[in-house]
Ligand binder design. Structure first.
Ligand code: ATP
Length: 312
């Protein structure tokens, strides 16, 4: 049976300019190429969950502009329900201008635009989407008030709440108290707890600090070092699936979406994190963000390959 996920968060257009080198102040440079892609943590998680076969609703804001229209069309092409994406009148669709030079050095400007206008009223107006879901997923590239409202509605309806605490500066005590599953990376957990992560003991200490603030389960993602999961039953380190990484952007979003889908399917926390690691590993082997997210059949193929490796 199809799992039901509701994502509340950001929608961006990413414009990537390839240039021989990064420009100096006042300079005009001829670039090699321009690529337009979709981004924003909210949209990334919605698309990643939909690729895995979940029924996904997305609550967001875009501008009343060409980027906003093309974003909504792209989500619809992924079978994402878009009826609760509002178009702001006087703010543009969130946009990231990304410059990448021949040495892969980059400079990025992000304008939040319409994302900054997502509010608690938008979320209240979409409450049936959340109460009909099994998991509500939030990140913080949109205002924290919207996330708090979403988690309140989800909690009252016994719907699982999952948080990507990024950017970590926006996390509040109230939000953590409403959070069933928190999925930080190392930088974010350090920002939230003051604990730097060098060893497994550090990871456990940091996770326990989040649990003291009301979070029930923590999945700390550590890039190529895998993921450390902590809940009331204890802690487990899950090594990353060994792959040749070519582009890790969006790995965290692929992981979180896959974790949510797996939990909605009734898998245990540890098994969900294992499958999410496989999904994220596939996404880092491909260039791009949303274009790199795998389907469930690709994930199953990878799992079969791994089983064969183990048997051999
Ligand atoms: P991003 O901001 O790039 O989306 P993140 O910092 O939020 O990423 P990471 O901890 O870098 O998240 O990665 C999330 C998960 O993706 C990891 O826990 C791991 O399972 C998987 N992953 C990331 N990098 C690799 C890699 N090089 N090889 C295999 N798996 C990886």
């Amino acid at each position: 049976k199809q799992s039901r996920i509701c994502v509340v968060g950001s929608a961006n257009i990413d414009l990537t300019f390839r240039t021989p080198r990064l420009p100096q102040p006042g300079e005009t440079l001829a670039g090699h190429a321009l690529h337009q892609g979709m981004g924003g943590k909210g949209a990334n998680q919605a698309v990643a969950a939909a690729r895995l076969g979940a029924s996904v609703a997305f609550i967001a804001r875009v501008g009343n502009d060409a980027f906003g229209k093309s974003a909504i069309e792209a989500y619809q092409a992924e079978n994402i329900q878009t009826s609760c994406i509002r178009q702001s009148v006087d703010q543009p669709t969130g946009t990231a201008a990304i410059m990448v030079d021949d040495n892969a050095e980059n400079c990025i400007i992000v304008v939040a635009g319409a994302n900054a206008e997502l509010n608690a009223e938008d979320v209240k107006g979409a409450s049936s989407l959340m109460t009909n879901s099994q998991v509500v997923l939030c990140q913080l590239e949109t205002p924290v008030d919207a996330a708090v409202e979403a988690f309140r509605i989800a909690r009252a309806a016994n719907v699982l709440t999952v948080l990507t605490p990024a950017p970590a500066e926006r996390v509040t005590a109230e939000l953590l108290s409403l959070c069933d599953v928190c999925v930080p990376n190392k930088t974010e957990i350090t920002a939230m707890t003051g604990q730097t992560i060098e060893t497994e003991a550090d990871a456990l200490r940091a996770a326990e600090r989040l649990r003291d603030r009301g979070v029930k389960r923590v999945a700390l993602t550590m890039g190529g070092d895998g993921v450390f999961v902590v809940d009331e039953t204890g802690s487990t380190h899950i090594p990353a699936v060994r792959v040749k990484a070519v582009d890790t952007t969006g790995a965290g979003d692929a992981f979180t979406a896959a974790l949510a889908v797996s939990l909605a399917e009734g898998m245990s926390f540890v098994e969900s994190a294992r499958r999410a690691s496989a999904v994220a590993a596939i996404s880092v082997t491909r260039i791009g963000t949303q274009t790199a997210f795998p389907t469930m059949s690709e994930v199953n193929q990878l799992s079969r390959l791994e089983e064969n490796v183990c048997e051999a």
